[in-house]
Ligand binder design. Structure first.
Ligand code: UDP
Ligand code: MN
Length: 288
């Protein structure tokens, strides 16, 4: 296979110097031009993997589905078996999208809610229930925000046991300034002297078994906090950050993998792969 594959000779001394490409626990950090897409696809495609993605579109958020699904057809794991699970209270409003061979969309009905915090926070337990059903048929899973579009390749370079995305909003800040949950009563608590990166709640993933474990722990901690009358500052994002502090991700995706349309592109961002659209919170959320 390698004889037929054409790709640039890798260098052992030259590479990107403007960004960090490996964490202190030796997980790769994925940035543009640190990987060879052709080579990675040649490694992963013969494994005949199935990649699942979960996306929630509750209430008015169904309006984001069309762009999310259409752009995923252009950029998300092209050439792989992809199964997107749409969780919505409005199944009749899920747009019909033309899908390439090997790709599927399934719709799961979920209750609507009067609080966006609850919608956002209940995702983990619903994903956990889904993944229990997918055991044996799915290899990797990504959990993604719907209010976003793909603009560039998101593919096999992102596969690993546990995958976290560095949040685009805080990666220049000191850890004491990260918006972690700071109240010790919460199970998402992070001390000012703790933390590696601030990770996104809007995109994470990993192997089926690892995401099963992660969603179990985070949703249980959220529920147990709730019994104590505590809701973490950023709901499941706070619990996810605590989880990844204790369980270091085996691969870290740079903010190329979840940018925000309102942010000017920083010089180290050579490509934006997935980005949150600008939205009018007052118009789309069920509560303030
Ligand atoms: N969400 C939803 N309906 C809502 C609020 C949130 O479906 O009324 C889902 C949706 O998938 C959304 C995610 O929860 O992308 C996270 O919420 P949001 O994107 O509003 O949070 P932000 O990215 O602005 O922090
Ligand atoms: Mn979002």
């Amino acid at each position: 296979m390698w004889q037929r594959l054409k790709y640039d000779q890798p260098s052992i001394t030259k590479g990107r110097t403007d960004v960090v490409t490996v964490t202190p626990w030796l997980a790769p950090v994925i940035w543009e031009s640190t990987f060879e897409p052709v080579l990675l696809d040649a490694i992963f495609k013969p494994k005949n993997l199935t990649i699942a993605a979960s996306v929630f579109a509750v209430g008015k958020y169904v309006q984001f589905l069309k762009d999310f699904l259409e752009t995923s057809e252009k950029f998300f794991f092209i050439g792989f078996n992809v199964h997107i699970f749409v969780f919505t209270d409005r199944p009749q409003d899920v747009p019909k999208v033309q899908l390439a061979a090997g790709r599927k969309i399934s719709v799961r009905k979920v209750p609507s809610s009067k609080r966006w915090q609850e919608i956002s926070a209940r995702r983990m337990e619903m994903v956990h229930a889904l993944l229990r059903d997918l055991r044996g048929s799915t290899h990797y899973v990504f959990c993604l925000d719907v209010d976003s579009k793909f603009h560039g390749r998101w593919g096999s370079e992102s596969l690993s046991e546990t995958v976290a995305v560095v949040h685009p909003g805080y990666y220049g800040d000191g850890r004491s300034r990260f918006p972690y949950e700071r109240r010790p009563q919460s199970r998402a608590y992070m001390a000012p002297s703790d933390g590696d990166f601030y990770y996104c709640g809007g995109a994470f993933g990993g192997s089926l078994d690892q995401v099963l474990e992660l969603t179990q722990v985070c949703s249980k901690n959220y529920r147990d906090d709730e019994k104590d009358g505590v809701e973490a500052a950023w709901q499941e994002e706070s619990h996810l950050n605590r989880y990844f502090w204790e369980n270091k991700p085996s691969k870290v995706l740079s903010p190329e993998y979840l940018w925000q349309d309102f942010k000017p592109r920083n010089p180290e961002i050579h490509i934006i792969r997935f980005s949150g659209v600008n939205k009018n919170y007052a118009a789309i959320r069920p509560n303030a």
